[in-house]
Design a protein. Sequence first.
Length: 325
Amino acid sequence: MKPMNRQSTCFTADVRSIQPGAANPAAGSGPRARQIAERSDELPSCPERTIAVCVDDFGLNTGVNAAALHLAEMRRVSALSAMTQAPEWEDGAARARRLDSRRIDVGLHFNLTQSFGGAPALGSVQALIAATRLRLLPKRLVREALLRQLDAFEEEMFRAPTHVDSHEHVHHLPVISEVVLDVLLKRYGSALPWVRVSAAPATSLAGHLRSADERKGWLIDRVVGAEPFRRRARSLGFGANRRLLGVYGFDATESGYGSLLRRWLRQARSGDLLMCHPGSAAVGDVISRGRCVEFAVWSDPHLPDLLRELGVRIAPMSVLRTATA
């Protein structure tokens, strides 16, 4: 496939030439590095908790692929979610096949809202919310889209996806969730993939309203119907994460995102999933600035110190699913 976007210079090396374990010049050690590693005397000691960290939008462009694979090799993330209609999926899959499947889950980032070449979107997330609430979205269209994307995943990865989630959390919506769970049950039987639940951390309503990022997480949870989806999925035997961390407006500075990451890690409970969107600058990618910021923070050399300080271990959700069933 031809790439959709021409990449810019968030990576100083050619994004295709990053080798496993190689030092990345984007990591840096400036104010953001000092900020993410700083100690805080008032922090209570935390028992170790194990979470999954997933890179979304794998396959979107070469910058996203390079960032995701580099962080996987660094053991900073434990899952990749792939957009199999996207321009760089085939190249990304060829590289993802070489990852250790015991350490890295690779799954489907089911897409209905973003157009790629000959694969039109079914509508914006707002349109899909309205259509599914009114039950005006034909199940046939959702089923056909999901089957095509699962086929594309298996054709390139030579195996089933370890998990299924979706772009803009649409797999929780009525009609769409029914199709997703039905198709996965019929296709994979007793070897079900785990599914993402976009449930916000449980805090008071006042806490959810405290900041724009917390309001966004709360709205995603309530508007798409995270809890009904969780109950239905678990009743059918699917494994799932407890809660979803990592929701924000993609507008933070490096120090700001570092602070957000520290807060998410402090909130984390075993079985939670932290999503991230690292990458490099790309024409047409509306969150490319945020991708650069996220890559810089996740690749920071001091991040392992922060994880040890807060008692957090990163592991694939596929090995955590029994604890969260």
